[in-house]
Design a protein around this ligand. Structure first.
Ligand code: GDP
Ligand code: CA
Length: 328
C-alpha cells in the first residue's frame, strides 16, 4: 500500500471572549493563512449573552463575527461601523430596554435575525453557523455551549445583576462578591467543542478577560476535561501588560477572585498543566520579562514577546510566537 504523507497541518483551537478575542482571532487567521494551515476553531464565551427588549444579544460572538468580516466599528470598539441609532432612540421613548445600553440599527438587525432563528427552534450552534455564513470569516466559530448560562454578578449585599448591567451601566464600580453562571453545572459543551479540542495540535488561550470571558468557557462541564485530555499543547497569552489591563476593567474582575493584576498571577490562576491546571506555555509581554522566572518556577514555560495587538500583522507575530513555543 502506498502511504501518502499527510500534509503538515496545524489544527488550532482558540478560547476567546469578545473584543480582545476578536483582535487575537484576526492574528490567528493571518498566521495560519500564511502557513497554508486550516482555519482555526474559535470557542467563544456566551456568558455575556442576554435578552433585551425581546431580542437575544451575543456580544462576544458578534464582536468576533464583525471583526473577522471587517464590518466592526474599530474606533468605538463595539458594534457595526457606520451604524445609526434610530430604533434605539425610539426604544428609549417607549422606556423599553436599558437607557444606558445602546443598540445600533444594523446591530439590531443581527439580533432580530438571531432571535427569529432561536424562536424557530435552531440551537445556538446553528444560529452561530448562520451568523458565520454571511461573510467569509476565515475561522470556524463555536459557542461554548448551547445552554443559556448568562454571567451574573453577585454583590456583597446579595444583590444580583447581569454582567452587562454591571459592566456597562456601573462601569464595574460595584465590588463583586462573586461571578456566577446559573445553570452551568447542567450545561454541555456545544457540539464540536470537545471534538475540536481533542483533535487539536495547539489550543491558544486568547488574551481575553480571564474571569468573565475565559472563566465561563472553562466552567462548562466537559471543557476542562477535554483540555486536560487533549494531546494538543495549550499556550496562553497574557492579557496583562506591565501590570495593567490594557483596556477595560478586567482588574476589578481579577481582584474579585483574589488574583493580582499581573501577568504571572494570571498564569498561576490558569495553572500548570502538569499540576492539573490549563497551561503548557505562557506568553509574557516584554514589559513583564522580569516575571518570566516566576512563571517558569510555577511549572509553566514562559516566552517573552511583544504582546500589543496593534493590528492583525502584529497579532500574527504573537500567534507565531505561540506556535513556536508549542513546537518546543
Ligand atoms: P471583551 O469580551 O470584549 O471584554 O473582550 P475580551 O475578554 O476578549 O478581551 C478583553 C481583554 O483583552 C482586556 O481585559 C485586555 O486585558 C486584553 N487586551 C486588549 N488589548 C490587548 C492587547 O493589545 N494585548 C494584550 N496582550 N491584551 C489585550
Ligand atoms: Ca465579553
Amino acid at each position: 500500500m502506498s502511504s501518502r504523507r499527510e500534509p503538515d497541518v496545524t489544527r488550532v483551537v482558540v478560547l476567546a471572549g469578545g473584543v480582545g478575542g476578536a483582535k487575537f482571532t484576526l492574528g490567528v487567521r493571518e498566521a495560519l493563512a500564511r502557513r497554508g494551515d486550516p482555519e482555526a476553531t474559535v470557542v467563544v464565551n456566551t456568558g455575556d449573552d442576554l435578552w433585551l427588549s425581546g431580542v437575544r444579544l451575543q456580544p462576544d460572538i458578534d464582536s468576533i463575527v464583525y471583526a473577522l468580516a471587517g464590518v466592526n466599528d474599530t474606533e468605538r470598539g463595539w458594534g457595526r461601523s457606520g451604524d445609526s441609532e434610530r430604533v434605539n432612540a425610539e426604544l428609549q421613548e417607549w422606556g423599553a430596554g436599558w437607557p444606558w445600553f445602546t443598540l445600533g440599527d444594523l446591530d439590531l438587525g443581527t439580533h432580530l435575525a438571531r432571535t427569529g432563528w432561536l424562536r424557530e427552534g435552531l440551537t445556538v450552534t446553528q444560529v452561530v453557523e448562520r451568523l458565520s455564513a454571511r461573510w467569509p470569516l476565515g475561522a470556524r466559530l463555536l459557542p461554548m455551549t448551547d445552554a443559556e448560562v448568562d454571567t451574573q454578578i453577585v454583590l456583597a449585599d446579595g444583590r444580583r445583576m447581569h454582567f452587562q448591567e454591571w459592566w456597562t451601566r456601573h462601569r464595574a464600580s460595584l465590588a463583586p462578591a462573586r461571578f456566577e453562571n446559573p445553570g452551568i453545572d447542567r450545561a454541555r459543551p456545544a457540539p464540536g467543542v470537545a471534538e475540536a479540542i481533542a483533535d487539536a495540535d495547539i489550543v491558544l488561550v486568547a488574551p481575553s478577560n480571564p474571569v468573565v470571558s475565559i472563566g465561563p468557557i472553562l466552567a462548562v462541564p466537559g471543557v476542562s476535561e477535554a483540555l486536560a485530555a487533549t494531546s494538543a499543547t495549550i499556550v496562553g497569552v497574557s492579557p496583562i501588560i506591565g501590570g495593567r489591563v490594557v483596556r477595560g476593567m478586567a482588574d476589578v474582575c481579577l481582584a474579585a477572585i483574589g488574583v493580582d493584576t499581573a501577568a504571572d498571577a494570571v498564569a498561576r490562576h490558569y495553572g500548570a498543566r502538569a499540576d492539573g491546571g490549563l497551561l503548557d506555555g505562557w506568553l509574557l509581554a516584554e514589559e513583564d520579562a522580569a516575571l518570566a522566572r516566576d512563571v517558569d518556577a510555577a511549572g509553566i514555560p514562559a516566552v517573552v514577546a511583544p504582546l500589543w495587538m496593534r493590528d492583525a500583522h502584529a497579532t500574527a507575530a504573537i500567534v507565531d510566537a505561540c506556535l513556536a513555543a508549542a513546537g518546543r
